[in-house]
Design a protein around this ligand. Structure first.
Ligand code: BGC
Length: 484
């Protein structure tokens, strides 16, 4: 069995013994490492009728309806977090509930989230609160039909953040103003999957960059607002507000590893998709022409991240293609369902790794790469704010968790300052159009009172959380050959 140098240097003496004796914990995480799980309001609460997605959903396979009924069952959900020994719960507040009409604040909804926070606090669970997770109040389109493109919504978002900071600041220290601004801007303004349904991807500089710029602006203002208003240290660790972004990241690789053009395209795509938001928020480096020349265009934005949240699921291959998505000149290879064949004709290799129920390749090594890259790029504390698997059978979740956490441990051992891991998701939920993908540590029986049941993967995660590490037994049962 292995005993890593990191373990010897950092672990408390009592744990060194178990780490090195070969008996129990083999890969130990740093003391105080935050273990948790994540959810999003729209995906679990149910009946978010004032949100823009509510009417839009008619286009999807299924409607969200009562979702996982968590607006009602929030206390039970807090108990689920506790049952696995987790110390953090990442969830989101639904803006449209707090402000169902412009400048009209809903007292019942405001009180509801106080109740959620109290329910967590009574169980010693620290909240990590997302303020925007893909949805907006419907009324933002009354102000402007393309709100994030034209920017009117930035001021409105700021008002909402001020309210949240004032109301909840004494109960919350960890804040995430935006979940996956890259996925949201793509989804809503790039490929038209979310409202307002714009398709601007083919012309990213004209159609997507303004959206991204407005979202960075809104993040920076939220960052300042949260630090200004939330001066109460809720958990007594000396920090009143700790603000990050939940950034979607992928392991990006060339369609043809021998092609220099594909390798260069990987670099362009990674800068655009993975690093554009954190580059702007951490360094003030916003590339408004997508020429990637390292120009610092917005020094006033720099320093607006206290931590970087990484959300890792899979890998993506990229192929160089002159004239496509100009000036990026590339094709990001889709690897889902029927698209795989179409993209195959265009020169994208078929996925060759085992896949999740979403069709995403399972690639734990890429997790190591991305965490290392993020740490080396910014030297900011990293929190894994999402990582998980759609798995109907429940058989793939335990190996997924063990193998990804083993890679995360390797990244930490190699120097990355990773503070925590939030599994996506605490429970099965509405996966933006369908209930079929099942991401939960707990399954939800939608036909039977939304009963929650621990999955096999959830039990394994609980074991890891309890030990603050991965035992040699779990590595033997579920790990890849490198870690057995
Ligand atoms: C999102 C979640 C989503 C998950 C799985 C992330 O992109 O933040 O809302 O459910 O991935 O698709």
């Amino acid at each position: 069995m292995r005993c890593h140098a990191w373990t010897i240097l950092c672990a408390p003496i009592a744990l060194i013994h178990s780490a090195c004796s070969g008996a129990e914990t083999s890969l130990l995480f740093p003391p105080g490492f935050m273990w948790g799980a994540a959810t999003a309001a729209y995906q679990i609460e149910g009946y978010n009728t004032h949100s823009d997605l509510w009417d839009w959903e008619v286009k999807y396979e299924q409607r969200s309806g009562a979702a996982a009924n968590s607006y009602v069952l929030f206390d039970e959900d807090a108990e689920l977090v506790k049952r696995l020994g987790m110390g953090v719960y990442r969830f989101s507040i639904e803006w449209a509930r707090l402000e169902p009409r412009n400048n009209e604040w809903n007292a019942e909804a405001i009180e509801h989230y106080h109740e959620v926070l109290r329910s967590l606090r009574s169980r010693n669970i620290r909240p990590m609160v997302t303020l925007h997770h893909f949805t907006n109040p419907k009324w933002v389109y009354e102000i402007d039909p393309s709100p994030w493109e034209n920017g009117e919504v930035v001021r409105e978002f700021e008002e909402y953040v001020r309210l949240a900071a004032r109301e909840y600041g004494s109960e919350v220290d960890m804040w995430i103003p935006f979940n996956e601004p890259n996925v949201y801007s793509f989804g809503a303004y790039g490929i038209g999957r979310f409202p307002p349904g714009q398709v601007g991807l083919l012309n990213p500089t004209e159609r997507l960059l303004p959206v991204m710029q407005n979202m960075v602006e809104a993040h920076v203002q939220a960052y300042r607002m949260l630090h200004e208003v939330d001066t109460a240290d809720a958990d007594g660790d000396g920090v009143a507000a700790w603000v990050g972004v939940g950034q979607a990241v992928s392991a990006i690789e060339p369609a043809d590893p021998d092609s220099a053009a594909d390798r260069a395209a990987v670099d362009r795509y990674a800068r655009f998709y993975v690093w554009l938001f954190p580059d702007a928020m951490a360094r003030g480096n916003f590339d408004s022409d997508l020429r990637f020349d390292e120009a610092i265009e917005r020094p006033d934005w720099a320093g607006s991240l206290d931590f970087l949240g990484l959300q890792y699921y899979s890998r993506l291959k990229v192929r160089a293609q002159e004239g496509l998505l100009d000036p990026l000149n590339l094709l990001p290879c889709a690897s889902e369902g029927a698209l795989t064949q179409i993209f195959g004709v265009l020169g994208c290799p078929a996925p060759d790794l085992p896949k999740t129920d979403m069709g995403w390749e399972i690639y734990p090594e890429g997790f190591y790469d991305v965490v290392r890259q993020a740490w080396e790029r910014y030297a900011l504390p990293v929190v894994v704010t999402e990582n998980g698997i759609a798995d109907q059978t429940g058989e793939k979740r335990a190996p997924f968790i063990v193998q990804h956490l083993a890679q995360l441990h390797r990244a930490i051992r190699d120097g990355a300052d990773v503070r925590g891991y939030m599994h996506w998701s605490l429970l099965d939920n509405y996966e933006w159009g369908s209930f079929r993908p099942r991401f939960g540590l707990y399954s939800v029986d939608y036909e039977n009172g939304f009963a929650r049941e621990l999955t096999a993967g959830g039990a394994v995660y609980g074991e890891i959380v309890g030990a603050n590490g991965i035992s040699s037994d779990l590595l033997n049962r579920f790990g890849s050959d490198d870690f057995r």
